[in-house]
Each structure stands twice: as C-alpha cells, then as structure tokens.
Design a protein. Structure first.
Lengths: 217, 243
C-alpha cells in the first residue's frame, strides 16, 4: 500500500517537474530574446505592445483552459490528439508564463542605461556581444522573470486541469492531485502534497538565486 | 607625428530631429597627434566624438577612418576597433574594477588579460582597487577605471570626452601624463574634448573650437591661443562668452 503511494507520488512529482520545467525553459528561450528586443528597441506601437504583454500577465488560467476548445476533436488542432496529454499542459503553461518572462525581461533591459550599449561597442564589442553584456547587466530582472514564471507554473491548476484532465498516471500533477484529495476530503494528504509543492518551489528558487548570486568576478 | 591623415571629415553635418547640431566642412586628423576640441557645454564636442567613433552615422557628409568610409569597413575591422572612446559619463559594468578593465581584452581573446590589465591599473594608480566592486568607487575613480578600460586595448585612436571632469588636480596630471606617454611611445592619436583652455595648452599639438555646432577654427595650439585667425576664437580664448 505504502509502496503504491510512494510510486504514485514519485510519478506525480516527476510529471510536475517535467511540465513546469519544460514550460519555463520554452518560455525563457522564446521570451528572453523578445524581452531583450522590446526593451532595447524603440518603434511605433511599442507602448501598446507593452500594455498587451502586461495584460497577458493577468490572464486567468481558467480562461486559458479554453485552449480545450482548440485541442478538442472538433477544434482546429483536434487532429493532433493532444487533449488530455502532457503536451497540452505544457502548451497551456507556456502561454501563461510567457507574458511574465517577456514583460519582466523587457522592463529590466529598459532600465539599463541605453548608452551602455554604445560604450561597450566603442570598446570593441560586436552587436551580439554588446547585447549579451546589456543582458548580463539586467540579469537580476531576468532571474526574477524566471523565478516568477516558475512560481506561476508550479502553482497553476485551472488550465492544466482543463486541458490535462487530471488522469492518474497520465496527466496528474501536484496541484491537480491537491484539488482531487481536497474534494475527497483527504485534507491531510492534500496538505502534505501542498508542502511538497512548496518545498519544490523553494528548492528551484534557491537554485536560481544561488546561480545569480555568484560573487562579482 | 606623421603627415598621414587617419581621420578625414568632409562636409559633415549631423541633425537631431530638425536641429543641426554639428557642421564640419573639412577636418583632417593626422597619425600621432593630440588634438583638443574646445567649446562650451552643448557646443557639439561630444557629437563630433560619437561620429568619429562610428557609434552614429553622420546625417550627411563623409568620414574616412584609415582611408575607409566608416560604413564600408569590414566587420572584423569594425569589431576589433582601433578606435575607442571614453565617455563623459562612463558606465562601468557590474563587477570588480579588474573585470571592467579586462573587458576589451577578453573581447579580443587576449590570453594574458589579467597581467596586462593589472599593469594598466598600476599606471593609473588603481591597482589597490582592482578587486573592489565598481559600485563602491567615487566619481573620479570611476572615470580613471573607464580610462584604464579604454587604454588597455592599446587603441590607435583614442577619443576622450572630458575625461578629467571629476578628477582632482593630481589625478588630472596623472591622466595627462599617461595619455602623453601613450602618444609618445605608441604614436596613439588622441582627440580630446574639453572645456579647460589650460589643459588644451598643456597637452595638445593642435586645438580647435566648436561653437553652436560649427568648427570655427583648428590650428597649432600655440597659434590657436596666441594669434587665432577667427575673431570668435580670439574672444573665446580671452574668456569672453561667445555663442
């Protein structure tokens, strides 16, 4: 009995890490370059785009769950068979976390004095080296963006429940397991799962901030 | 000093919006000379340096660096940049003084960057601060660190935008002697924007005056101060405010 619980808990833990980890990695790979570009470039409509991104941060997960309509059999992407799969949960989490990564990265890049780019260019940096240097200067903000995205991803329940379906040994993650155990009245187990979720989030944030907090070279 | 013009400006104008902030009809800078550009605040000295450093293209006209148009230079040449600049408000990178001074060397993949960086820090009296975070430096120390960062890559042309503005007299003398040393030993060409007339008299082979974005005169320093051709230059060196 205990072995079965342990196996299931391990399975849920691994899937939670897989869904949140992949979602944050994809959001970072897509969102950080977009944030760097938006934060360092001036063009007509940039302010409007910034407002849209900030609005995206307030996107309710349940609304995002309407992704269900796109992935269901009658929807435009129904043919892929992604509904109630881990892929669907990752897509939902990428959409949820991307505005945070883009918006916070953009704000932190915009806070770096624009002259820095020119000053490092004047020392011989190529445009890419100069952009990397500016990104390094804004790394506190970028780290905050990653931590926020990770927190958002770990704690998300509405969208992953709708597109994942909370199927045992298939799409169940910590948050959906907590919802299930609470609905069954097993509050002790739900609280224990909540504590594990918090420990996971704490460990991930400690890792991120330790990486960021290396002493100055 | 050789007679080879390494910087050549022809019919250069630069606009910010509709305002013309710089007009230079003709200017040649020769290898190995120190040229001071005088002028009141906002006259266009910094704009001239930014154009010379290829950080901004001129609105019109032509700037030849080592005989090549700036936009036509090969990426490698542009990347390795034989021209470096110290800005009026230098921005240092988060990290130690050493990290900043070695920045340009690392970009060039120089293996012994630590040793070379420390030698430059020592020359500018910064070696004891090498491990200090730049956030703990005074304004003058930051300016010296920025100068060390630019000098350590041994540029052929150094553009200085009021590099001694925040320095005490002893540090000013140190900077002037280090720049003069680099000029004499390596033949480094220096274009130095300043509003200190005495500094120009001390360091420059030639001195020019920019007023309201226009280069009104450029000549040998002795002639510039003692027998200027343009009446506005004469008024400026006599301390009259002419704009």
């Amino acid at each position: 009995m205990i072995d079965a619980y342990a196996t299931e808990l391990g399975d849920i833990l691994w899937r939670s890490l897989q869904v949140s980890g992949v979602a944050v990695i994809v959001s970072s790979l897509v969102g950080i370059p977009i944030g760097v570009w938006l934060g360092s470039t001036r063009f007509p409509g940039r302010s409007f785009l910034s407002v849209l991104i900030q609005t995206g941060m307030a996107l309710p997960p349940v609304v995002l769950g309407l992704l269900y309509l796109l992935l269901s059999r009658s929807g435009p992407f129904g043919g892929h068979g992604w509904l109630f799969t881990v892929q669907a949960m990752i897509i939902a989490q990428v959409v949820l976390t991307l505005p945070f990564v883009v918006g916070i990265t953009m704000a932190s890049i915009a806070a770096v004095p624009p002259d820095l780019f020119l000053q490092v260019r004047s020392l011989g940096a190529s445009p890419w080296q100069a952009r990397w240097t500016v990104l390094r200067e804004a790394r506190s903000g970028v780290v905050l963006a990653l931590a926020t995205a990770l927190g958002r991803s770990f704690s998300e329940v509405g969208a992953v429940l709708m597109v994942g379906g909370n199927i045992e040994r298939h799409t169940r993650v910590l948050t959906t397991a907590i919802v299930l155990e609470t609905s069954r009245g097993r509050f002790g187990l739900a609280l224990a799962l909540g504590a594990i979720l918090m420990a996971l989030a704490l460990a991930a944030n400690v890792a991120i901030f330790r990486l960021h907090g290396r002493p100055a070279p | 000093m050789s007679e080879e013009a390494i910087l050549r400006l022809r019919g250069v104008t630069h606009l910010y919006g509709s305002a013309c902030v710089l007009r230079v009809s003709e200017l040649d800078i020769f290898a190995g000379e120190i040229v001071c550009v005088l002028g009141p605040t906002g006259a266009g000295k910094s704009t001239l340096l930014r154009l010379l450093s290829d950080l901004e293209p001129p609105s019109s006209g032509e700037i030849l660096v080592f005989g090549q148009r700036e936009q036509c230079r090969t990426p490698q040449l542009a990347q390795l940049r034989r021209v470096t600049m110290v800005f009026q408000h230098p921005l240092l990178l988060t990290g130690s003084v050493r990290y900043n001074v070695e920045y340009g060397l690392r970009l060039r993949g120089q293996a012994n960057s630590r040793h070379v960086g420390e030698m430059m820090l020592e020359r500018l009296g910064l070696l004891s601060l090498a491990s200090r975070s730049v956030h703990t430096l005074s304004g003058g120390q930051r300016q010296l660190a920025a100068l060390a960062r630019a000098l350590v890559v041994e540029p052929m042309i150094l553009l200085l935008d009021e590099p001694t503005a925040n320095l005490d007299p002893a540090s000013v003398a140190l900077v002037e002697s280090v720049i003069a040393g680099e000029n004499q030993t390596r033949g480094m060409t220096v274009i130095w924007a300043t509003h200190h007339l005495f500094q120009a008299r001390r360091v420059a082979h030639r001195t020019g005056l920019i007023l309201n974005g226009e280069l009104v005169e450029m000549g040998p320093t002795k002639q510039f101060f003692e027998s200027p051709i343009n009446p506005r230059t004469a008024a400026f060196v006599q301390g009259e405010m002419v704009y």
